[in-house]
Design a protein around this ligand. Structure first.
Ligand code: HAM
Length: 422
């Protein structure tokens, strides 16, 4: 039997991981700029956590979770997203006791959703997510959005839009929910089975139904923005005014509702128009969630956050990094058994002094070994024949100048360090 990776998962090979490392490094640097600290919650949680937070009418919970029973019969689920786990960890570890608020956390790692795979959509995918807990202030909402925008800008991504909307506070959402029920009731028989259930439990979810997307009743469905309380509207207006002050460009899309149940007030997405992304053009999304922590048993704590799909960021990066070349400091070329033993020792000594090295283990000809020097883009080749071993010297070739010199064993490190400074 030929084994293949499970559908919706991929192997990231060395030619791919360089791009990922670049992305990860950049994300960590931006997190530092925003004083956001890393948290690493587990990959799986009790299933109930996701039902409660992401919502038991969301597609993620009803259709996409990898849920299994462990040997003691507990229902566990591979995390489909990061907010729920961070919120749980915040409560469990009493991070709410911190003197300085907001508590700003980021995470980076695999998430799991049983979806139909396509470009930019996998079953095991990666998110970089940020959660800011303990403060409700339009300025913080804007900080979160600005951080998301900074990320795509730092990656040099063009044709990217910040799309924002508000779902309002609890009162606004209740009024909107009633309006949605009234609106959809006459069409109930025409909507899909899922929407009929959503109608009862959470009519907002009808608006992001993939099946009934083109039903005529969707076009003129009540919009959250028309049911806002004065306070919720004032909050949203402040957010938009601050974005204007900072000259962050955005578009308000009254139809943006996001697919997770914990949101209130501001929701946003970062969308790319780059055709390279195909149908999966949403690079990231997020919003405010003010009752999640309380629902999970913590003290009333507002929060805001967002997450980017890292696969999509890597796709959007395209071939931007292609020219940046990797290199090796030294490639050791033993020619014969004695040379090999010496190469092993020199290699260990050089590495201990911070030089990246590799050597030939295949007893190949000088010509074949020089080809490897080229392929690995080694700056120096150290050639060690049996004669050199006897004379306690090596030949060092500088591949940039093509000069070759004979160097005594004890001088190798000093010689290379001097050359590397030139
Ligand atoms: P989300 O919109 O479900 O939000 O996911 C965020 C991002 O993850 C998406 O915009 C997309 O780029 C990426 N993504 C989602 N599913 C897949 C998939 N199957 N394959 C590849 N990429 C995918 C959340 O997860 C929220 N927890 C974000 C958040 C944080 N809200 C507040 N804090």
């Amino acid at each position: 039997m030929a084994y293949t990776a499970p559908r919706g998962t991929v192997d990231l090979l060395p030619q791919d991981t360089r791009k990922w490392q670049y992305l990860e490094q950049l994300l960590r640097t931006i997190a530092d700029l925003y004083n956001v600290k890393e948290i690493r919650p587990p990959m799986f949680e009790h299933t109930e956590l996701f039902n409660r937070s992401v919502g038991d009418t969301s597609d993620i919970v009803t259709k996409e979770m990898y849920t299994f029973a462990d040997k003691k019969g507990r229902s566990l689920t591979l995390r489909p997203e990061g907010t729920a786990g961070v919120a749980r960890a915040y409560v469990e570890n009493k991070l709410f006791a911190a003197a300085d608020k907001p508590v700003k956390l980021y995470y980076m790692g695999p998430m799991f959703r049983y979806e139909r795979p396509q470009k930019g959509r996998q079953r095991q995918f990666h998110q970089f997510g940020v959660e800011m807990l303990g403060v409700e202030d339009p300025a913080l909402d804007v900080e979160a959005m600005l951080m998301a925008v900074t990320i795509v800008q730092s990656l040099g991504l063009k044709n990217v839009r910040l799309v924002v909307n508000t779902l309002g506070d609890a009162k606004s959402r209740q009024a909107h929910k009633e309006a949605l029920k009234k609106h959809f009731e006459p069409y109930l028989g025409e909507l899909c089975h899922d929407c009929q259930e959503r109608f009862e439990k959470n009519p907002l979810r009808i608006l992001d139904c993939k099946v009934d997307h083109d039903h005529p009743a969707m076009k003129n469905a009540p919009r959250t923005i028309d049911y806002l309380t004065d306070e919720a509207k004032a909050y949203f207006d402040q957010v938009l005014a601050l974005l204007d002050d900072l000259e962050v460009s955005y578009v308000v899309d009254p139809n943006l509702v996001r697919g997770l149940d914990y949101y209130c007030h501001v929701v946003f997405e970062v969308i790319s128009d780059d055709p390279i992304l195909g149908a999966q053009s949403t690079l990231g999304g997020g919003g405010r969630y003010n009752s999640l922590i309380e629902e999970l048993g913590g003290p009333a704590t507002p929060g805001i956050g967002f997450a980017f799909g890292m696969e999509r960021l890597v796709i959007a990066l395209g071939d931007q990094l292609e020219e940046e070349e990797e290199h090796l400091d030294v490639y050791l070329m033993p020619l014969g058994e004695k040379g090999k033993n010496l190469a092993v020792q020199i290699q260990a000594m050089l590495r201990a002094n911070g030089l990246s090295c590799d050597m030939d283990y295949q007893n190949r000809s000088m010509k074949a070994q020089f080809k490897t020097v080229d392929r690995m883009k080694a700056n120096f080749a150290i050639i060690i024949g049996d004669d050199e071993v006897d004379q306690e010297v090596v030949n060092i070739k500088d591949t940039r100048t093509r000069n070759q010199e004979t160097v005594a064993l004890e001088d190798i490190l000093a010689y290379l360090e001097k050359k590397m400074e030139e």
